[in-house]
Design a binder for this molecule. Structure first.
Ligand code: ADP
Length: 135
């Protein structure tokens, strides 16, 4: 059904990872691209200035290693880590990369009061492509 699917995955070992990837695979056309994306929140300059040089790069590398471990070494999914603001960066990445479907969870499992979490709500509202929300 889709050729270029984005699966945003929160950095804190998102428990929806396996389920989201399975949905992405079910929605994927033959030969489709699937990308797992984690956004590392950008820090304000006054905090960045206090960090040792290269700390942000080290953090990104650690998050990427964690994401790859969560993916379980699968060959059909590309792992990408970028710095930014979660919803805005997911939306920008989707536009820049020509994503035709985003697959994501509605919110963290322990926060059941909300119909949609803050990241999911922004992505659903502003995405220019299809969004599959897991509930
Ligand atoms: P909550 O507000 O309850 O934490 P979110 O809307 O943030 O809910 O989370 C729902 C989904 O949004 C996650 O399962 C994931 O797909 C996506 N998401 C949230 N934060 C990030 C992030 N930093 N990077 C990539 N995806 C994220």
């Amino acid at each position: 059904m889709y050729k270029n699917i984005l699966v945003p995955i929160a950095a804190d070992h998102d428990p929806h990872t396996g389920a989201a990837l399975n949905i992405a695979r079910a929605l994927a056309d033959e030969g489709a691209k699937i990308t797992a994306l984690t956004v590392v929140e950008q820090m304000p300059g006054y905090i960045l200035n206090q960090l040792p040089e290269g700390q942000m790069e080290t953090t990104k590398a650690e998050v990427e290693a964690g994401l790859k471990a969560d993916l379980g070494g699968v060959a059909d999914v590309k792992a990408v880590v970028v710095e930014g603001h979660s919803a805005r960066t997911i939306l920008d990445y989707a536009e820049e990369q020509g994503i035709d479907c985003i697959v994501m969870a509605s919110h963290r499992p322990d926060i059941t009061d909300y119909f949609l979490g803050s990241t999911a709500a922004r992505v659903v509202r502003h995405a220019k492509c299809a969004v599959h929300v897991m509930r």
